[in-house]
Design a binder for this molecule. Structure first.
Ligand code: A2P
Length: 273
């Protein structure tokens, strides 16, 4: 089983989960079921992925008790604002077919809209009501985090950000650590582009594992939550078979040298949404 990472609200979250970004709606239920069957207990979706129904179906048909599965979904950029957030949350719950989610995230700060603070206030209410058991954000930068914490006194439980060996987010991770925010890595494999890297290949050969497994292990050994995406049952199983080895100091140093200030793959949070 994946280790449980403590959150700043007293709950815990599995350290490894399944990401379903770009999982087609019609295969999502099957993919989620496959993951739960090999031991995953956490699934990360979003309203924007248009596959929340499949996630709910997959959880229900897996035979795993709903209370044993940690379900994350996210507020899309079109739904920022206090009332719009509350409505969008209800719509996500209805699509998932759940009474509560384990974690609700603001997907992007969308700072040009300047409404993420109102959205955050709505998430605080949803947590008070117990419908979102934990609340957090995604793609927030230090300035956005400072603002929501300063205005509400509530720090997000997690900030889910682009993070992989070519984009290591060292400054943001240090800020999170100081605020008790858990860092969650999206596109942890660099969307698959890091799998052919020679440094990764060398570390993988040393541990007799695959490139994907050593990259996932790097996230785990840094204390991050990690949600590799795959729609292939063999790769889903491979990505969860990472709990019987760990990287040593030499491996971690080699990975540290892969960091690249220009390594971002996804959108710039200041400009997006
Ligand atoms: P697929 O879904 O066909 O398995 P990230 O999580 O960084 O966004 O990376 C996801 C990409 O990496 C997807 O294209 C996924 O393809 C691929 N991928 C996921 N796991 C593995 C693996 N173990 N080996 C090779 N490719 C993988």
């Amino acid at each position: 089983a994946a280790p449980a990472i403590p959150l700043n609200d007293g709950r815990t979250m599995p350290q490894v989960g399944l990401g379903v970004w770009q999982a087609p709606a019609e295969v999502t239920a099957e993919v989620v079921r496959a993951a739960l069957t090999v031991g995953y207990r956490s699934v990360d979706t979003a309203a924007a992925y248009r596959n929340e129904r499949g996630v709910g179906e997959g959880v229900r048909s897996s035979g795993v008790d709903r209370e044993k599965v940690f379900v994350t979904t996210k507020l899309w950029n079109d739904d920022h604002g206090y009332d719009a957030t509350l409505r969008a949350f209800e719509a996500s719950l209805a699509r998932l077919g759940l009474e509560e989610v384990d974690l609700y995230l603001i997907h992007w700060p969308a700072p040009t809209q300047d409404r993420y603070l109102d959205s955050w206030r709505a998430l605080v209410r949803l947590r008070e009501e117990g419908r979102a058991r934990s609340i957090g954000v995604s793609n927030f930068m230090i300035e956005h985090l400072r603002r929501i914490i300063g205005e509400t006194g509530v720090a997000p439980a997690v900030n889910q950000i682009e993070l992989h060996p070519k984009f290591q987010q060292t400054d943001l991770r240090a800020f999170h650590a100081g605020q008790g925010i858990v860092t969650e890595s999206w596109s942890p494999l660099g969307r698959g582009r890091l799998l052919a890297d020679p440094v990764v290949a060398k570390v993988a050969a040393k541990h007799a594992t695959t490139p994907a497994q050593v990259i996932i292990r790097w996230h785990i050994d840094l204390g991050l939550i990690v949600i590799p995406k795959s729609v292939n049952p063999d790769r889903i199983a491979e990505n969860f078979d990472v709990f019987d080895f760990r990287l040593d100091d030499e491996d971690m140093a080699a990975f540290a040298r892969l960091d690249d200030p220009a390594g971002r793959i996804g959108p710039d949070p200041l400009a997006f949404g």
